[in-house]
Design a protein around this ligand. Sequence first.
Ligand code: NAP
Length: 245
Amino acid sequence: MDFKDQVCLITGASRGIGAAAAVYMAGKGATVIVNYAGSQEKAEAVVSQITEAGGRAKAVRCDVSDLESCKAMIDDIVKEFGRIDILVNNAGITKDQLILKMSEADFDAVIATNLKGVFNTVSSVSKQMLRQKYGRIVNLSSVSGVYGNPGQANYAASKAGVIGLTKSVAKELASRNITCNAIAPGYIETDMTRAMTDAAKEAVLSNVPMKRAGKPEEVAAAIAFLASAEASYITGQVVEVSGGF
Ligand code: NAP
């Protein structure tokens, strides 16, 4: 895998899986735009880690739930770097609650970031990728979106929606050499899962044949493969990175 001369936008790259993907892909030559919502210092630290290792990266603040901000971010990237080869939609949030107690606000917030955020960036980037006749889009779904998960009706709905969006966009853009795939991680050690109770962690792990949590780097490697030129005949797929969940 070689991303030399390629420009890659990763949403939610200040922490966790997005940060690991940024470091991994920059290490293979990509110029990486490290998007974040609030964690400026963490995003700048990811950029420093990349540039100190000889790579190219830039931190950009943008709330992916806002369409106009996404359009502006992508326009600015194209103006500054001339192209955008790879879009990784990784930004995501959870607001877990049983359906009986789930508030409308918590349902809407999760859909706005996790699902509408993907619409916002994909719709904004597709014109440029069509012009280039090249593009790789990788969307972060979840095993919750494939199998469902108690307490995550909002999150699972958003991640199932990401799968439907991915498969449809794949069919729309395939003839122009643009692929669109999803990754469905299982239980990965990040801030998102650190918030889980020990009992919840044990319950999840009991369903993982590998009997351990995954590492952000293990998801990053799968993202990078689907984002690479080598994955040229794979589109509309959902790759589970879940230790066999
Ligand atoms: P994380 O550690 O909680 O990091 C979330 C990232 O998303 C942060 O960089 C955060 O930016 C960014 N973000 C949140 N809302 C945003 C918004 N509105 N606009 C732009 N950026 C925003 O999460 P993670 O565990 O690495 O998860 C990454 C992705 O994988 C998510 O889509 C998640 O649903 C999915 N996933 C994770 C797991 C897991 O076990 N961890 C499993 C399945 C799927 P700030 O730092 O600025 O807040």
